[in-house]
Ligand binder design. Structure first.
Ligand code: ASP
Ligand code: MG
Length: 441
């Protein structure tokens, strides 16, 4: 969503629906730039941080100007003024936040959420205003009024009951003929501070609201034609998958397919609402449909991969053996809310593949009481998802035909989840993934 033609296209798509509720993410690059600016400020480079803020300012201003110039309307002068004013307000707030971070020389969690959410705050307001220029009855709604969460900054947990209550107000908006436009990705903690839902959080916002409102369908409009057998930006022969079950799509999200936030499908699944992933640049492509039951007869459904993994091995002291050892290791992981991607255990040691290296230091300080710790960084996790159990043996063989055993740091298979994962050196991950994909898909 980064130029006025795309915005026009998005608004045209919205027009097709009778009672749409629209959740928008930030314009392209914006979230990344905001995060970068906050890091620069924390490191003492306020000047560069401010210049990024200026860039964000200019880009949005230009977008609105171009849009209004191409879509003349008698209200355009008014629309332009209100957009300019709103963007300027947000940018001046952004600069103040950056100054605060600069003075503190530290980027406290809540601060990053306040800064990173500005992209969605701006885009939702501007898109609603641009709708007016097309004579649509679009209405900006601040996501903080609807998406209520806990205070776990960076990946807040939504309060589903409260969101259910607050979504009621959206029905009123729809009933009076308006189309609500809401920023995705961010919400509000009980104390009123801004929180964010994590990477690709806009999809999650959409499904939270869609679930709460018992929507007929939840559609995720992105820049690719659905969910692919693997990430098409890296894997040249990746193909779109027409239909997926909630279960398999969720597994794909967890294991690094960058299309969906891992929690996105939960609210939809609970109410059995179909989810569609579609391409806003090719709206007539069928994309991917995600529903409860979806049979397939392939050996394997998809392959995902995830860089920046860490392998953490804990070997038990002789005094802490048996089940108490494993319990203590996993209890520590739970305390830090660290999801585990793959695990191998023996009676006296456990190796865990993790993606969150930020909390690793605290975690290892705790685990040192249980055993000796080894940490291997710069790993990548390649996972085959949705394996037919009957083809498991074949698959194993085929995987090892393309990668030699020496290259692999860890291999795990979970029957319950039908997933085969291999951990390799990060620098070889994409290459390995490509080889496996070409062989199997
Ligand atoms: N802008 C946020 C991100 O880049 C949320 C989203 O796009 O879904 O992760
Ligand atoms: Mg997104």
């Amino acid at each position: 969503m980064n130029d006025h033609q795309t915005w026009k296209q998005v608004l045209e798509i919205i027009k097709r629906y009778e009672y749409p509720v629209v959740i928008v993410s930030a314009t392209a690059r914006t979230t990344r730039q905001l995060v970068e600016a906050s890091k620069l400020a924390a490191m003492g480079n306020l000047e560069k941080a401010h210049s990024i803020a200026d860039e964000v300012h200019e880009r949005h201003q230009k977008l609105v100007n171009d849009f209004l110039n191409e879509n003349p309307h008698q209200k355009n002068q008014l629309i332009k003024e209100s957009c300019d004013k709103k963007v300027a307000e947000h940018i001046s707030k952004l600069k103040k936040l950056l100054e605060y971070v600069y003075k503190q020389q530290d980027l406290a969690d809540g601060m990053l959420d306040a800064i990173a959410s500005i992209g969605e705050q701006i885009s939702s307001y501007l898109l609603a205003q641009c709708g007016l220029a097309l004579d649509m009855l679009t209405q900006f709604i601040d996501a903080k009024k609807i998406i209520k969460t806990d205070a776990e900054y960076g990946k807040a947990t939504p309060n589903r009951a409260l969101i259910g209550q607050k979504s009621g107000s959206l029905e009123t908006v729809l009933d009076s003929g308006f189309t609500p436009i809401i920023g995705g990705f961010y919400g509000e903690a009980p104390d009123g501070t801004t929180t964010t839902l994590g990477f690709e959080g806009s999809d999650y916002s959409a499904s939270l609201i869609g679930g709460a409102m018992h929507a007929q369908a939840i559609e995720i409009w992105t820049d690719v034609s659905g969910i692919y057998t693997s990430d098409p930006r890296f894997i040249t022969d990746a193909k779109p998958i027409a239909e997926l079950s909630y279960f398999d799509a969720t597994e794909m999200a967890y294991f690094g397919a960058k299309v969906l936030h891992p929690s996105t499908l939960k609210p939809a699944q609970e109410r059995n609402i179909p989810v569609f992933v579609k391409n806003m640049f090719k709206p007539n492509d069928s994309g991917t449909k995600i529903i409860r039951e979806s049979g397939h007869n392939r050996d394997v459904l998809a392959m995902s991969f995830k860089p920046e993994m860490v392998l953490l091995t804990v070997s038990a002291y002789e005094t802490v053996m048996g089940y108490s050892f494993l319990t203590r290791v996993f209890a520590a992981l739970e305390r830090h809310r660290l999801p585990v991607d793959a695990v191998n255990t023996t009676e006296a040691s456990v190796t865990i593949a993790l993606s969150d290296s930020i909390k690793l230091e605290k975690l290892s300080n705790e685990l040192i009481e249980v055993g000796t710790i080894t940490i291997e960084q710069h790993k990548g996790l390649v996972s085959l998802i949705g394996i037919q159990l009957s083809s498991m043996k074949d698959l194993n063989q085929q995987v090892f035909e393309v990668i030699t055993k020496e290259e692999v740091d860890m291999i795990t298979f979970t029957k319950e989840k039908r997933i085969l994962s291999v951990v390799v050196a990060e620098e070889r991950m994409v290459e390995t993934a490509q080889k496996i994909h070409s062989k199997l898909f």
